[in-house]
Design a protein around this ligand. Structure first.
Ligand SMILES: Cc1ncc(COP(=O)(O)O)c(C=O)c1O
Length: 397
């Protein structure tokens, strides 16, 4: 089956499966004092050291969580609460208009229930943050800002964000910066310490590890108020018995993804470029969304995101699925109603073209056959989807 939804989740690396399988048979709570507990603890700490080294962090920066969603929640809620506790006037949270729902959800909740003022800076038509508008917001009243959160790379259109500029602005005013690096880690060079970011979310299943495990990297001075209270594991920031096999799988996957990153990116981006060319040859009015500069400084090497004028993305997705091709619309579907993507709307698309989009995301198992299957199927699928949308419009009018 041509699987082109690696941004949703990518197949597990054999290295991760082997490492986890070896661990499943071992008993031991990493907090227990006896030999089995100490063995589990050693495995956890070796994994933590490996993850930290691969991400340019210190082992003590790494706090294990249940994945990207928890890390994002802990970052924004925890930082907001800790800042407000120090200074009740720090209630503004600055972010971009293209964040993942794992970040938007807690921000909306903080605004509705906790008195936060959330300010979303816009993006350009490529999906790149408007740094000037963020700077204006900082200049307005820097003392009222609790934290800034801007993602490293966007999950829908793959646009890499000008994070270095955000960090340098924030540092001038002593404002902590969080980044959701869930899509970046494993694909881009990510060095936590060198970046200067204060908190960073990572998820294992996006890079070949298991689902349900991830981390938040926290700089020395960053002490978010915990979401979970209990046994005080993980620097007292995230209580709960550690999932040793998942942690080992996370470390093994990150190690594998880091080892072959350069060679893999060259291969995957060449396949992605062929896919873009092939889709355009079959559907000349298809619009590539995101940054047209395909270099990984601007766009994730795995990402190809199109609008197909006159189509509903959901219909196209199902038509391709019927041909065994798995991809995504990249937008949320709540209560069965297709919502236009907030990312595309923020980039200036109208609702109809935002609803006409599809994301193809490639990864370490992608092959030229996957690309050929999409190129063969896309033309007829678009024709059928356009027809169906036309019939739908007529029926409604
Ligand atoms: C940018 C981004 N942030 C956060 C998440 C959530 O991560 P998880 O699935 O590990 O909760 C995702 C997953 O889709 C993502 O793409």
């Amino acid at each position: 089956m041509p699987y082109l939804d690696h941004a949703a989740t990518t197949p597990m690396r054999p290295e991760a499966i082997a490492a986890m399988s070896a661990q499943f048979g071992d008993v031991g709570n990493a907090s227990s004092l006896h030999a089995a507990g100490r063995r589990a603890r050693r495995v956890v700490e070796e994994s933590r050291e490996s993850i930290a080294a691969l991400l340019g962090a210190r082992p003590s920066d790494v706090v294990f969580t249940a994945g990207g969603t928890e890390s994002d929640n802990l970052a924004v809620k925890g930082l907001y609460w800790s800042q407000v506790a120090k200074d009740p006037s720090r209630r503004r949270l600055l972010t971009s208009s293209i964040e993942h729902h794992a970040l938007l959800g807690p921000l909306i909740w903080l605004a509705q229930d906790e008195g936060a003022e959330v300010v979303q800076a816009g993006v350009d038509r490529r999906g790149r943050l408007d740094v000037d508008s963020l700077a204006e917001q900082i200049d307005l009243d820097s003392g009222s800002i609790a934290a800034i959160s801007v993602m490293w790379a966007n999950n829908e259109v793959g646009t890499v964000q000008p994070l270095a500029q955000v960090i340098s602005l924030a540092q001038r005013h002593g404002i902590p910066v969080h980044t959701d690096a869930v899509q970046a880690v494993g694909q881009l060079e990510v060095d936590f310490s060198a970046s200067g970011v204060d908190a960073m979310s990572v998820s294992a299943h996006k890079l070949g590890g298991p689902t349900g495990i991830g981390a938040i990297l926290l700089g020395r001075e960053i002490e978010p108020v915990p979401l979970l209270h209990g046994g005080g594991q993980e620097r007292d920031v995230r209580s709960g018995t550690l999932d040793v096999p998942a942690i080992v799988g996370f470390a093994a996957a990150l190690d594998a993804a880091s080892r072959d990153r350069i060679e893999r990116n060259a291969r995957v981006s060449a396949l992605r470029d062929a896919l873009i060319e092939g889709v355009r040859s079959q559907v000349p009015d298809a619009v590539l969304n995101g940054d047209e500069r395909l270099d990984e400084a601007f766009r994730l090497p795995s990402n190809a995101h199109f609008s197909f004028p006159g189509c509903e993305g959901d219909a196209l997705l199902l038509l391709l699925d019927a041909k065994g091709i798995e991809c995504s619309t990249g937008s949320a579907c709540s209560a069965g109603i297709a919502q236009p993507s907030h990312v595309l709307l923020a980039m200036g698309a109208d609702a109809a073209s935002a609803r006409s989009s599809l994301r193809f995301s490639l990864g370490w198992t992608s092959t030229p056959e996957d690309v050929a299957a999409v190129v063969a199927a896309i033309g007829p699928a678009v024709e059928r989807a356009q027809l169906a949308a036309g019939v739908g419009r007529q029926a409604r009018s």
